[in-house]
Design a protein around this ligand. Structure first.
Ligand SMILES: Nc1ncnc2c1ncn2[C@@H]1O[C@H](COP(=O)(O)OP(=O)(O)OP(=O)(O)O)[C@@H](O)[C@H]1O
Ligand SMILES: [Mg+2]
Length: 304
């Protein structure tokens, strides 16, 4: 059974997509079978991994996107999956173990244009569709938009864990507070459905600090963040697992370059020895694997 993780922060632009793409790539590189589900109508992860030309072409086939699961009750999750979307310039697969369920801009129609059946919320429909294919994967990662609308609800209902990408600043601490409260509300309001569907109760496993500029004094915000987490633990609002990952992702223009090239940063390091941001993502991914009790990460595979 796959471990399912939502990458979520209600604050925008903190690095949810870039962390998810790179940690997904690291997991696949370390031998895990990974599915990325793009639940953000901005489609950033999809365009990054498929590149604009292939994603544009795929837009002509709306039945190949997750939105179709909600429009057509007989449709299958399998039909929404692009196998090994990351390709080199010759079209060869670069990470054969990483698949993608892409988003398109039309995913935003889910909020207003598609009717949610009274007896089956969208998150139940998605949970059922996902369960048909989840055994094909070790990890399923959900890229969430910075809100708590329907697609985030679908991701959370299916997730065992929530990873919170964040920046080390005061606004992120406020955003974390809101996230913890919204998550608790969501777990409460979906309790009956979770029990009926045998769905997991998502727990925040960690906060990953992203885009930390060298020389930035993060000591004070970190202390405040930790004090807030301790208060939440005392109130039973987060589990004892919740912590700030010690492995920071440094600020680097490499991320933007990787998006332009249509490859995760972890693959770029092979092409340019001067770029070492991949080390940050690998360390963070190894830490998460240990935390989740996954076997000792294998070293990178030759064919990855
Ligand atoms: N480590 C980093 N160093 C420098 N820039 C970064 C880093 N990580 C992400 N960025 C840049 O920050 C911007 C926001 O990143 P990203 O899209 O991953 O955030 P997000 O939280 O997914 O945003 P949204 O809320 O819009 O979905 C992007 O331009 C990205 O290239
Ligand atoms: Mg994003």
């Amino acid at each position: 059974m796959a471990q399912k993780i939502s990458f979520l922060n209600i604050k925008g632009g903190v690095g949810k997509t870039s962390l998810l793409v790179n940690m997904g790539a690291c997991l696949a590189y370390m031998g895990r079978r990974v599915l990325i589900v793009d639940f953000d109508a901005q489609s950033n992860a999809s365009i990054w991994l498929m590149r604009l030309d292939r994603w544009n072409t795929l837009n002509r086939e709306p039945e190949k996107f997750v939105l179709n699961l909600f429009k057509d009750p007989s449709s299958k999750m399998e039909a929404c999956i692009q196998k090994s979307p990351i390709r080199d310039t010759d079209g060869d697969e670069m990470l054969p173990r990483l698949d993608l369920a892409p988003a398109s801009f039309t995913l935003m129609d889910l909020e207003h244009e598609v009717n949610q059946p009274a007896d089956k919320p969208f998150y139940r429909r998605f949970f059922e569709a996902l369960s048909e294919i989840e055994d094909n994967y070790d990890f399923i990662l959900f890229d969430c938009p910075p809100n708590f609308f329907y697609t985030t609800q679908c991701a959370l209902f299916a997730s065992d864990h929530v990873l919170v990408p964040s920046n080390p600043d005061a606004l992120s601490i406020i955003g974390f507070h809101l996230l913890v409260d919204k998550l608790a509300q969501f777990r409460k309001s979906t309790a009956a459905h979770r029990e009926a569907a045998k769905a997991p109760a998502p727990e925040i496993i960690g906060i990953a600090l992203n885009a930390v500029k060298p020389g930035t004094k993060i000591h004070v915000p970190l202390e405040r963040f930790n004090a807030q987490i301790d208060r939440f633990k005392a109130q039973g609002k987060v589990s004892n697992k919740t912590h700030i990952y010690p492995d920071l992702i440094r600020h680097s223009v490499t991320v933007g370059r990787a998006v332009m090239l249509g490859v995760p940063t972890v693959l770029m390091s092979k092409q340019d020895a001067s770029i070492n941001l991949a080390e940050d993502y690998i360390k963070l991914t190894k830490h998460m694997l240990e935390q989740l009790g996954d076997a000792e990460p294998e070293d990178t595979k030759d064919d990855a």
